[in-house]
Design a protein around this ligand. Structure first.
Ligand SMILES: O=C(O)CCC(=O)C(=O)O
Ligand SMILES: [Fe+2]
Length: 203
């Protein structure tokens, strides 16, 4: 299926529920589960540093280090299985993604709280390409201005969601826990990090 635009005011979302076919998605899920050095990231929440309620791994080109939630992450090298995906995404989104945050939600208790992907390294209008594998989970977007504008999207195995333009500026997103018995889910959020060489000169 082609990427189709998802209507949401002042956001720019494009979605393809079957971007990867089932066989590709199955193979990728199994390879990532086995090969990625999954770890518990420490994140800052309400002034305290706590364990993130999921497993993660920051992967990228050597210069693509990233600071989020008060911690600096040096990238792990790209696993082989992600190389063709990176090429295909570059064509689909016209962006040369140099890094990816991989997340493993072990079961329905693992989750991600409300946030925007608005770190300065991402630039003012970042494109983020989010691939979901494994158990389908609900992804929520909520407008930051308190107007109540919101959207829920079910992200199935093999789907691709692009968040572009002003989406991060106007919306937060979250992956809530679920009481339903669900299996593991892997999410890959490809990002283009501005490296020191590309950063604009200070005034
Ligand atoms: O798991 C997801 O679908 C979203 C993850 C996310 O928003 C993030 O890692 O920044
Ligand atoms: Fe995010």
């Amino acid at each position: 299926m082609p990427l189709t635009s998802v209507p949401l005011p002042d956001a720019d979302l494009a979605f393809d529920p079957t971007w990867l076919d089932a066989a590709q998605a199955d193979a990728l899920f199994a390879a990532l589960l086995a090969q990625v050095p999954w770890e518990t990231h420490r994140i800052r929440m309400f002034g305290r540093t706590v364990d993130s309620p999921r497993l993660s791994c920051w992967i990228g080109d050597p210069e693509a280090s990233y600071r989020y939630s008060g911690t600096r992450f040096e990238p792990r090298p790209w696993p082989q299985v992600l190389a063709p995906l990176r090429v295909r995404l570059r064509e689909a989104a016209s962006i040369d993604f140099n890094s990816v945050l991989a997340n493993l939600y072990r079961d329905g208790r693992d989750r991600m709280g409300w946030h925007s992907d608005d770190e300065p390294e991402l630039g003012p209008r970042p494109t983020i390409a989010s691939i979901s594998l494994g158990a389908p989970r609900r992804f929520l977007l909520k407008r930051r201005d308190g107007s109540g504008e919101r959207l829920a999207l079910e992200l199935p195995h093999g789907s691709l969601l692009l968040m572009r333009g002003e989406t991060q500026r106007h919306y937060r997103h979250a992956l809530p826990p679920t009481a339903r018995p669900v299996g593991a889910r892997i999410n890959l959020t490809f990002r283009a990090i501005r490296t020191r060489q590309q950063a604009p000169a200070p005034p």
